[in-house]
Design a protein around this ligand. Sequence first.
Ligand SMILES: [Zn+2]
Length: 217
Amino acid sequence: MSTKLELDAIQQSASASPTNGNGHKLTPTTLASASVQEIYTELLTRIGEDPTRDGLLSTPDRMEKSMAFLTQGYTQSIDEVLHDALFDVDYDEMVMVKDIEFYSLCEHHLLPFFGKAHIAYVPRGKVVGLSKIPRIVDVFARRLQVQERLTQQVAEAIEAAIHPQGVGVVIEAQHLCMMMRGVEKQSSLTVTSSMRGVFKTQLQTRNEFLLLVNPQR
Ligand SMILES: [Zn+2]
């Protein structure tokens, strides 16, 4: 990896000769002041590609947009998502939303992990609008993540928003960093869970939830 000093040296030598052999204008810069697209262009070069060939010309632009989308959770908050979607109720039975599809990026390799989230809670006078539950998952999934933390953050967000009697979150996911890098666990599913309140203290509640998650097992 280039240090800032090396980049400054490149900058100085580049400003002495402002074009390369092909007549392309060099845009000398430091790592910190480089645009996202310049960084992706450099990345393509470093892995042995030619970023000026046809198929790659727009790739840095697409990578920037794609990365911004996949990490847009950093610009979102649970308060924004839930601000008009908390309702008072008398209902005190389990509320469950299952098979919520999600896509995230592992923070160790920046490779996708994806799967399904199953979320349940037992209200204490308040519920969350049902359509907001998948959005809570997305706020945290669209960041660099590890599956364990994603699971906890979703549970914590629901706990903090409506203070239910309990909340349970189960996430099942496949990790491309395991599947693509020759770990040879191609079809393995990683399952994580977070059980709080009555989901932790009452076996019956937890079992009801787990049975709803996996009725066939
Ligand atoms: Zn990974």
